[in-house]
Every structure is written in structure tokens, then in C-alpha cells.
Design a protein around this ligand. Structure first.
Ligand code: RIB
Ligand code: CA
Length: 307
């Protein structure tokens, strides 16, 4: 049984990732921690409640940081909708969020059961960075950390060179990449190289169930955005790929470990992921990059959540 703690900023693809994890027979979502990212903390937290309601999961939800460690940055409402779930206007969940701050929960959960929990980070790394500063032993106490973030060839989706999660809180990303080893990173380029095909998208949308209806309602805006961008129906799934790598590590068909750092001060490059592809820095490789993934299997994991 894979016991998951999910740090997230729902977010349409965060929702897909959480749905797949909730439906996965050999996994259990033990806790969800929310962070400001795609939309405000208030919205990401409300969205996490709605997603768990739809999936019938009674895991506790802990609200985390409502802003980045240092500099404020914008959201991603243009893709995820003003409400963060495709402007699907679901009524507020009756679910109560825990009083404990997400950062304290991340520390408490790992210390309560060292080595038992797999942490999957799907948004800006603000909560994780603060937790690591308060308890530097966390990397030894979480079984594994899988992160969605970074643009490993600097093909940014937010600035020319930076991916959204790392750009939203570069200092937090820098802290985690430097001081939380080992970790597995699913990047933006890997996401773009593993899209769902038109047929896969159509098959997902064709299901007739309340969960499929939820998926359709929250995803339509993102699908329209991507169809305009790529000229054909497709779906990019950054967070689902990261979750899939946590659920079934063999889904990652090719990986490589390199030294990776995050630029903090570049006028054009703040938040850029700097990968030492040729070992030139002399620094210890610290990040396992997921380079090729089994997209068909990732699609099956989401498909299974819709039945
Ligand atoms: O760059 C993609 C990442 O930014 C995903 O986690 C998406 O949800 C957004 O947060
Ligand atoms: Ca996300």
C-alpha cells in the first residue's frame, strides 16, 4: 500500500492527479496539504475539498502558505479558470479543513511514521521548503518525494525559461532541490513530450458517471485552451504524470540523475531550472529526472478514476 501525502494547488491537472490516486487500488491518500499557486490558497483549499468529495475520500486537508517565501507572483487563472477548477462553479464543500497549518502537518506526519509516507508535490514548493527548514530530517522520514516542476531544458511555460511551480516560488524550489535529496522530478518538457492523444481525450470524456461529469466540467476550459494552442484536441498532464511516477515507478521508462539548481536573480531567468547535463559543475547529482514515461499507463490510471 502506497500511503500518500499530496501537496497541491488545484488546479485542473492537480485534480486529475488526485482523482487517479484516489482510485488507485494499492494507494491511500493519508493527507492533502494545499498551497497558493494556480489560484489563491482559499481557492486551492476549497478545490481540494471538492475533489475529495467527488472521489469519496475522507483524508484530512491542511491549508498551507498563502504566498511565496519571498516575491509574490501571479496565478494561472488563464488556464485553470478563476476558481481553479475550470470555472465549473461547484457549490462549496461542507468539508471542514483542519486547523493545523500544512507545514506543521507535513512535519508531524513524517515524524509520526518515519519511512511510511510518499510525498507528492504538485504545486509551488513553499510548504515543503518551510517544513524542511523547521525539520531538516524530513528527507529521511518521507519514503520518497516526487515533484512536478521545473523546465529542464529551460523551455518555460510561464516565462521564457521558467516553469510555473518553480517560477511561483523560486526560493522554495532552490531550497528543496539543494537540501531534499533524493527526489524525482517530472518536468514541463517531459509533460509536453507525453501528451494524451485526441483519442485518449475523447475516451476519457465519453464516460458516463458523476466523476466523468466532474472531469468534463473542470477540464473543458483547459482542453479548449490547449486545442487553440496545438491546433488539435490534446491534454497535457504535468501533475498526473508526477502522481503516476509515485504510484508506479516503473511508469518512468527512462531517467537520469543530474545536479539541478534554480536561478534566483536573473532578470530574464528567475526561476529557471539549471541542469548540469555534462557534469561540469563538479557538484553531486541530486535530482532524478523522469525523461520518458509510459503515457498509455498514465492514461489508464486516470481512466480508472472515472468508472
Ligand atoms: O507547470 C505546470 C504546473 O503548474 C502544474 O502543477 C500545474 O497545476 C501548475 O500548478
Ligand atoms: Ca499543480
Amino acid at each position: 500500500m502506497i500511503r500518500l501525502v499530496v501537496d497541491t494547488d488545484p488546479g485542473v491537472d492537480d485534480a486529475h492527479a488526485i482523482m487517479a490516486a484516489a482510485a488507485y487500488p494499492d494507494a491511500r491518500i493519508e493527507a492533502v496539504t494545499t498551497v497558493k499557486g494556480n489560484v489563491s490558497l482559499e481557492r486551492t483549499t476549497a478545490n481540494a475539498c471538492t475533489i475529495l468529495d467527488v472521489m469519496g475520500i475522507n483524508a484530512p486537508i491542511y491549508a498551507g502558505c498563502e504566498q511565496a517565501l519571498v516575491a509574490e507572483s501571479g496565478g494561472a487563472e488563464g488556464f485553470h479558470g478563476a476558481d481553479g477548477l475550470g470555472d465549473s462553479a461547484y457549490p462549496p464543500s461542507p468539508r471542514k479543513v483542519e486547523a493545523e497549518h500544512a507545514v506543521h502537518a507535513l512535519i508531524r506526519l513524517a515524524n509520526a511514521e518515519p519511512g511510511a509516507l510518499t510525498l507528492v508535490a504538485l504545486g509551488p514548493l513553499t510548504n515543503l521548503a518551510l517544513a524542511l527548514r523547521l525539520d531538516p530530517t524530513l528527507p529521511r522520514k518521507y519514503r520518497r518525494l516526487v515533484v512536478m516542476g521545473g523546465a529542464i531544458r529551460s523551455m518555460g511555460n510561464t516565462t521564457l525559461t521558467a516553469e510555473f511551480n518553480f517560477h511561483a516560488d523560486p526560493e522554495a524550489a532552490a531550497i528543496i532541490l539543494r537540501d531534499w535529496t533524493p527526489l524525482t522530478l517530472v518536468s514541463w518538457e517531459t509533460t509536453v513530450e507525453h501528451p494524451f492523444s485526441e483519442a485518449q481525450v475523447k475516451a476519457l470524456l465519453a464516460h458516463n458517471s458523476p466523476r466523468a461529469e466532474f472531469l468534463r466540467r473542470i477540464s473543458q476550459g483547459a482542453l479548449t485552451f490547449l486545442e487553440h494552442l496545438f491546433g488539435r484536441p490534446t491534454m497535457l498532464e504535468p501533475d498526473l504524470l508526477a502522481m503516476a511516477a509515485a504510484l508506479e515507478p516503473e511508469i518512468v521508462r527512462r531517467k537520469a540523475t543530474h545536479h539541478v539548481a534554480v536561478e534566483l536573480s536573473g532578470a530574464l531567468t528567475r526561476g529557471q531550472t539549471c541542469v548540469d547535463w555534462y557534469g561540469m559543475s563538479g557538484k553531486q547529482p541530486n535530482v532524478e529526472l523522469a525523461l520518458e514515461m509510459n503515457t498509455e499507463r498514465v492514461w489508464e490510471l486516470l481512466q480508472a478514476a472515472l468508472i
